[in-house]
Design a binder for this molecule. Structure first.
Ligand code: UT7
Length: 329
């Protein structure tokens, strides 16, 4: 592939309302000590009443467009990764288009849970190969707070709401980050270990029937933990090998933010010192598909990622889906 895939701009958005671990102590039988030591999470952001996934995505998109020095009218495609769209129909991408005040672009949602951003990025690369003049908005957005059983301490402490966005083009600009490669895999036989079944056609509700537990995120945390570390490490090794790169050439490791212990375990397997591993999980919790672009945008803006850095991005999520991406900033 001779084409350069340029990240023209990055953006992010998190709702204003914050729930601390101390706030959760008042809701379920948990403690700041348990949450902090088991996950690294201290706070999470939660949408306001009436605020939806597409509203947050539009905010992140506007920031990415400003960052890319582009007008919204230049967009040709909107690819949205989410498992918490505003509605089943229309797609979240169509809702985002409406909120951005534009028409005509191709709009599509991608469903790959916490690996969603890399899956969407790879989809965008496919469109750019077909249409080299395309300007693709790749946006991840999640309102997980509305798909959580707030009485279940094993899940409600882990997640948060947020959006992250990137503008992708093909071109020559050398001063912008370039997506070098993306590798994606999945194993549907393990799907039942992490589910949000309600709303799917296999779990049809009858009119006026209350929703059950299947409406909310349900997961086997300990099992997922093992698969997450193994697959994030494995696919990252294969991606580096495919690109003729050594582990020592990675400047920044920026993994999906599900649990600081997972992030730390992946960093150790790669012999990457802690100061080269980016994490903002303490502030946002697990924001699923939004976690990677949220982290990328923050790490770039704060100078954690420096020009020229090679950034390795391993992800893992429901499905199971996992992936790894390489970006040269
Ligand atoms: O985003 C991609 C998908 N998700 C993930 O990658 C998540 C992967 N898994 C994890 O991050 C961890 O497994 C968790 C953070 C979910 C759980 O941590 P753990 O160390 O695996 O704990 P555990 O599930 O084995 O539970 C240990 C104990 C249990 O009590 P007993 O049976 O030992 O008495 C739980 O009931 O901790 C208890 N527990 C809690 N205690 C206080 C579970 N949740 C809580 C809580 N507060 N919120």
């Amino acid at each position: 592939m001779n084409m350069n895939f340029i990240l023209r701009g990055l953006g992010r958005y998190a709702p204003e309302r914050v729930l601390s671990n101390a706030d959760l102590e008042k809701i379920v039988d948990t403690s700041d000590e348990w949450i902090t030591t088991r996950t690294g999470i201290q706070r999470r952001h939660v949408v306001a009443d009436g605020e939806n996934a597409s509203d947050m995505a539009a905010e992140a998109a506007r920031m990415a467009l400003a960052n890319a020095d582009m007008d919204v009218s230049e967009l040709t495609h909107i690819v949205c990764a989410t498992f918490t769209p505003d509605s089943v129909i229309p797609s979240c991408a169509c809702r985002i288009q409406e909120k951005l005040g534009i028409k005509g672009q191709m709009c599509i949602d991608v469903s790959a849970a916490c690996s969603g951003f890399l899956y969407a990025l790879q989809t965008a690369r496919g469109y750019l190969l077909l249409e080299p003049d395309a300007k693709v908005l790749v946006v991840s957005t999640e309102v997980i707070s509305r798909r959580i059983n707030w009485e279940d301490r094993t899940t409600c402490v882990l997640f948060g709401d947020a959006s992250g966005a990137a503008i992708m083009t093909a071109g020559e600009e050398s001063d912008r980050p370039r997506v070098l490669d993306v590798m994606l895999e999945a194993d549907g036989t393990l799907g039942d270990l992490l589910t949000v079944n309600g709303g799917g056609s296999a779990y049809a509700y009858k009119k006026d029937e209350p929703v059950g537990n299947e409406f909310f995120v349900q997961m086997e945390g300990r099992e997922i933990f093992k698969h997450a570390v193994r697959n994030m490490v494995g696919i990252s090794e294969r991606l580096l090998e495919r690109n003729g790169l050594a582990k020592s050439e990675v400047d920044v490791l920026l993994p999906h933010q599900a649990n600081y212990r997972i992030i730390d375990a992946v960093g150790r397997k790669f012999d990457i010192p802690e100061e080269k591993v980016f994490s903002n999980i303490h502030e946002y919790g697990n924001t699923s598909a939004a976690s990677v672009p949220l982290a990328l945008s923050e790490a770039w803006d704060t100078g954690f990622i420096k020009p020229g850095n090679l950034v390795l991005i391993p992800t893992f999520g429901g499905g199971f889906t996992w992936g790894a991406g390489l970006i040269r900033f």
